[in-house]
Write a protein that binds this ligand. Structure first.
Ligand SMILES: *Cc1c(COP(=O)(O)O)cnc(C)c1O
Length: 343
């Protein structure tokens, strides 16, 4: 078999959710947008629901409808993009709760689905989604008199605990929501780690569930093992891969492994990327191809059958560092060709 195996540790995932919940002492939702950060919506959301999660967050109504099929009636499914044109039937039929981002969305919602639950997303400085002060002031009293289930906002710099933006957004959120009786939510994973001032009634962790930074104490969830297709000897001066970017300085053993940039292994990470076999690190050599990567296995005592890109020896965030990106991008780029195994 030539497909790499992506193994997802469900016990670690659930532990991460429970530990973040316990830290917050408020309700803990679970963010499962983008196919549960690339790990598979169905197994991930089902396991979280079995563990007791009652509130889920997705980015768009289509994801919410798919999630409702998986979870059935009961859990609340919140949609960050709110109530967009064309979403009405999905929101009604799948019983989704849109986080309304503007007066236009609010009007669309109450006109098309009167009485249907909704949340409000406020902009507290990130300038990405949500109502600003003036909009919120204009419809606050109307909204509070209806089926309003959550008032939320999102932090721009929560992965940097000392950033002054955190306290500024917290203060703005408190000022905008002071005295309302609807439940409030400000913290994703990073905000949860900032402490109890940020927790309000519900936290919304995503990346921390899946073992990524900024949750330093997360249990690792993902490992990725890639089969070796072929190993060859290369003599001094020979090259490996497209464009001859790597030249052997001495007699070398080169393994060709069965994954590439089509599987989310970013081509630009080539020059700094390593894989592992046991505790030995082996470097990528030459260009990363669409479906294959060359790896220098010279000096290994045994020929490996597979090599580990993500696992006990290097984390998702270490791999992200090879490409100068973040764990979120590595996870959500994980290839569709991998065999996903849930353990
Ligand atoms: C993605 C997202 C989250 C989850 O963020 P993490 O950093 O992955 O915990 C929470 N809230 C909003 C609005 C989001 O877009």
């Amino acid at each position: 078999m030539a497909s790499a195996v992506l193994s997802i540790d469900m016990t670690a995932l659930i532990d991460n959710w429970r530990n973040l919940s316990a830290m917050a002492k408020s309700d803990a939702g679970a963010v499962v947008k983008a196919d549960a950060y690339g790990l598979g919506l169905k197994p991930v959301a089902s396991a979280l629901a079995r563990a007791g999660a009652r509130t889920f967050f997705v980015a768009m109504a289509e994801e919410g409808a798919a999630l409702r099929q998986i979870l059935g009636k009961g859990p609340q499914i919140n949609v960050f993009s709110g109530h967009m044109e064309g979403d009405t039937a999905l929101i009604r039929d799948a019983d989704l709760t849109p986080m309304l981002n503007s007066i236009d969305q609010m009007l669309r919602h109450v006109e098309t689905l009167p009485g249907h639950a909704f949340g409000i997303q406020l902009d507290t400085g990130m300038n990405r989604l949500g109502m600003e002060d003036a909009e919120w002031a204009a419809l606050r009293d109307v909204a509070l008199g209806q089926n309003l289930t959550l008032v939320m906002s999102h932090l721009a710099c929560a992965d940097a605990p000392d950033h002054a933006m955190n306290a500024r957004q917290l203060q703005t959120f408190v000022e905008m929501t002071d005295g309302i009786d609807a439940p409030r939510s400000l913290a994703a994973t990073g905000g949860t780690l900032l402490g109890s001032d940020y927790h309000f009634d519900m936290i919304r962790p995503g990346i921390g569930l899946y073992g990524g930074l900024p949750y330093v104490d997360a249990r690792p969830v993902v490992s990725l093992h890639i089969p070796v297709i072929q190993i060859r000897d290369v003599s001094v001066g020979e090259t490996v891969g497209y464009s001859n970017t790597w030249v052997a300085r001495g007699p070398s053993r080169i393994a060709t492994i069965a994954a590439g940039y089509a599987d989310g292994i970013i081509r630009g990470m080539g020059p700094s990327a390593h894989l592992h076999t046991g505790s030995s690190a082996v470097p990528v050599v030459g260009r990363i191809s669409m479906d294959m990567i060359g790896v220098d296995v010279t000096g290994l005592a045994e020929e490996p059958e597979t090599l580990e890109l993500i696992g006990p020896h290097q984390s998702v965030d270490t791999v992200a560092g090879f490409a100068d990106t973040i764990g979120y991008e590595i996870l959500t780029s994980l290839g569709a060709r991998y065999k996903r195994v849930y353990v």
